[in-house]
Write a protein that binds this ligand. Sequence first.
Ligand code: NAD
Length: 365
Amino acid sequence: MTRIVLLPGDGIGPEIVSATRRLLERLGEFEFSEHPVGGASIDAHGMALIDEVLDACRDADAVLLGAVGGPKWDTTDPSAPRPEQGLLGLRKGLGLYANLRPVRPSPALVNASPLRTERIEGTDLLVVRELTGGIYFGDSGRDGEKAHDTCEYSVAEVERIARVGFEAAERRASAGGQTPRVTSVDKANVLETSRLWRETVTRVAREYREVELDHMLVDNAAMQLVSHPAHFDVLLTENMFGDILSDESAMLTGSLGMLPSASLADSGPGLFEPVHGSAPDIAGQGIANPLATFLSAAMMLRHGLDRPDEASAIERAVDSALEGGLRTPDLASDGTTRPAAPGLPEQIEVGTDEMTEAVIEALAA
Ligand code: NAD
C-alpha cells in the first residue's frame, strides 16, 4: 500500500489538504497519516517540526503539504520558533535538492495572465531548480563597509540536478509525444560557477541522446520567458536564478491558486505542495482554491509514485471543472458571470467543497 504523509499546516492548509485527501481516496487505495507542521506544531509541541514527524515522512512514499505560517506566529524575537523552520527542516531532513515547478496555464484561465493571450497560448514548461547549493548556501559575511556572499557549486551537485532535468524532459516527451528539450540557464560569460555548470550539463547530456539541449544566459532567459514562453520545455537552472525565474514564470498563469510544486531527493520521499502560502485572510471561510494542491497531488503521483496515468487524470479533471465555468473567488476574473473567454460557459462562483466535488465528478467521467 502506498503510504502518504499529509502535513496540512496552517491557515487554509487543513481545508485544501482534506479536499485533496478526498480526491485521492476516489482515485485509488492509499494509506494516509496526518501530522502537524509549522504553526500547528508550534502550538502542539513548541517547535515547527518534531523528530517523530520527520521520521514519519522519511518512512513514507511521499509527503503532501498544505502551507505554513500566519500572523499568530509572526515574531521579531530571534529565539522564538517560526513556522518556516518546519519547511526548512523538511528540506534538510529529507535531502530535497531538486525543485520542480510546472507552468501550464489552464486554457480556461488564459485571461487571468497579465500577458496577452496570444503570448502565453501553448505555454507548458517546467522549471527545474537546484535547491541546496549556490550563493544562498555559500560563505557570507561582513567586514566593515564590505559584505560578501559566495557562490559555489561542485560537479556532483550539477550532475545530479542535470539528471533530474533530463529525466523530467524525457518523461514529459513520452507523455506528450514531442522531442524532449532542456534549456540550461547560466551566466557563463561572467561567472566561473556558471562555466562549470555549462561544462557539466553538456557532459551529462551525452547520457540522454534523445534530449535536445541548449544553453541560455539568465538575462536572456528572463526576457524570453515573457516574450516567447511557449518556446520552453524544461528550464534547468541553479538556485538563485531558479528562484527568480520560477516566480517570473509562475506569473504567466496570473493565478497563485493554481501553481503546484515538487521537491525531490536522490532517494526517499519527495515533498509536494502548492506554491501559495497559508492565506490566513480567507482561512476557515470555505472559499480557498484547492486546485494548486490537487495539481501538487498530480505531481506526487507522477514524480514521486510513478503513477503518471492517474496524474494526468487529475490534471484533466481540473481543466474540465474550469472549462465548466466553476471559479473559486480568487479565480473569478472580474466578479461577473461573463464567460472567461469566448466559447466558454458563464462563470459560476463556488467554494472549496463545490470545486472539489466538481473535480471528483470529472475524474469519474
Ligand atoms: P499567500 O500565498 O498565503 O496569500 C497571498 C494572497 O493570495 C492572499 O490574498 C490569499 O488569500 C490569496 N491566496 C493564496 N492562496 C490561495 C488559495 N489557495 N485560494 C484562494 N486565495 C489564495 O501569501 P502571504 O499572504 O504573503 O502569506 C501568508 C502566510 O503564508 C505567511 O505566514 C507566509 O509566511 C506563509 N507562506 C507560506 C508558504 C509555504 O508554506 N510554502 C509560502 C508562502 C507564504
